[in-house]
Design a protein around this ligand. Structure first.
Ligand SMILES: [Zn+2]
Length: 351
């Protein structure tokens, strides 16, 4: 009898514990996802995986791009949005090197994702699954920007906001080469630019024009372009976007952007944005596990290239790249980091 009472008591206690747990889970489910994801400073230290859609999802196994590399500098560091799927981070690094080869002085990097993705407290509807990155149209200056400059440096729009056309004195063939290079990678599915920039390309690109198909007109994107790669292997719950329409996209679909319709003032400017109502219940279930997953051992362990790699002199990366008939010693030692597309060992030991 005593044994039975003991069992019952334990049962009641368990039930109570269970209902507390359910209550706690409900509270988490109702909390805005942007607050939960925005609170994480580090990624989920599990296998790289994108879950859900670009504008409704999260990701695990994220890595950060270093704030500085020989061919890039990250901007707006306080936002902590240097995180992405390893394939995205590798691609940015590769683009930065190829761009320098093409004569672009290096990339200024805008937002990628939060450490675990998800909706953000401010800005962007997409960038949630680690497969989107913003890159400035402003060339990297030939000196290291201070953290303060990276916060405050204003971005220059290439587009006249009244006519929605590119400001010709700001547009250069190097801009075209940079976009063409970014579009050249098979994993890049779309590049979002302002309609004025798309039109400029439609009007001026000579020779190979097939890459224009990936260049998609969209609001904003007048001081940066937005590179989106496809769902990566190992992400069964990543939801693919629709394939881009065939053709260069220099047709009626572009002409629409130069009508009044896309620029009409919002009829309901106070309506809540998706991020302001999105709870955990609106995200894929697997995103809860992403929130609960452990942190990596350190930020250095998940920063690419490894923070332990030799520091590169940023004195003159272009001269360094052009030096002799190959890579300078500094750049070679940098290049010793894993090859692009190779999965990073995970979690990597702190060094
Ligand atoms: Zn973007």
């Amino acid at each position: 009898m005593r044994a039975l009472r003991g069992t019952m008591a334990r049962g009641v206690a368990m039930l109570a514990a269970l209902s507390t747990l359910t209550f706690a889970q409900d509270a988490v489910a109702q909390e805005l996802a942007k607050n939960l994801f925005g609170a994480h400073q580090l990624p989920a230290a599990t296998q790289p995986q994108s879950i859900g859609f670009y504008s409704k999802g999260c990701f695990s196994g994220g890595v950060a791009i270093a704030t500085d590399g020989p061919t890039w500098q990250a901007m707006r560091l306080s936002r902590n949005r240097r995180w992405g799927h390893p394939a995205m981070i590798s691609l940015i690094e590769k683009l930065s090197r190829d761009a320098v080869q093409d004569g672009w002085p290096g990339l200024l990097l805008g937002d990628i994702s939060q450490p675990r993705g998800g909706p953000m407290l401010t800005g962007h509807a997409s960038h949630q699954i680690g497969l989107d990155a913003d890159i400035w149209f402003t060339p990297m200056p030939d000196r290291r920007l201070t953290p303060q400059e990276r916060e405050n440096m204003s971005a220059t729009s290439l587009v006249n906001e009244k006519t929605h056309r590119v400001i010709d004195r700001l547009w250069t063939p190097a801009h075209e080469r940079l976009l063409k290079r970014a579009a050249s990678y098979p994993e890049v599915e779309r590049i979002l630019v302002n309609p004025g920039i798309k039109k400029k390309l439609c009007d001026t690109v000579k020779g190979d024009r097939a890459w224009l198909r990936k260049i998609r007109p969209f609001w904003g994107h007048d001081y940066h372009f937005h590179v989106r790669i496809g769902c990566q292997p190992g992400s069964p719950d990543c939801k693919r976007q629709a394939t881009v329409a065939a053709g260069e996209g220099c047709d009626k679909s572009l002409a629409w952007w130069f009508t009044e319709e896309p620029w009409r003032p919002n009829q309901n400017p106070d309506a809540p944005k998706a991020r302001d109502v999105m709870t955990m219940a609106s995200l894929p279930k697997a995103c809860r596990a992403v929130l609960e997953a452990p942190d990596p051992v350190s930020i250095a362990a998940v920063t690419y290239p490894s923070a332990g790699a030799p520091t590169i002199s940023r004195a003159d990366p272009i001269a360094a790249l052009a030096a002799s008939d190959g890579l300078s010693t500094a750049v070679s030692s940098f290049a010793a980091t894993p090859e692009y597309g190779a999965p990073l060992p995970f979690p990597r030991p702190a060094d």
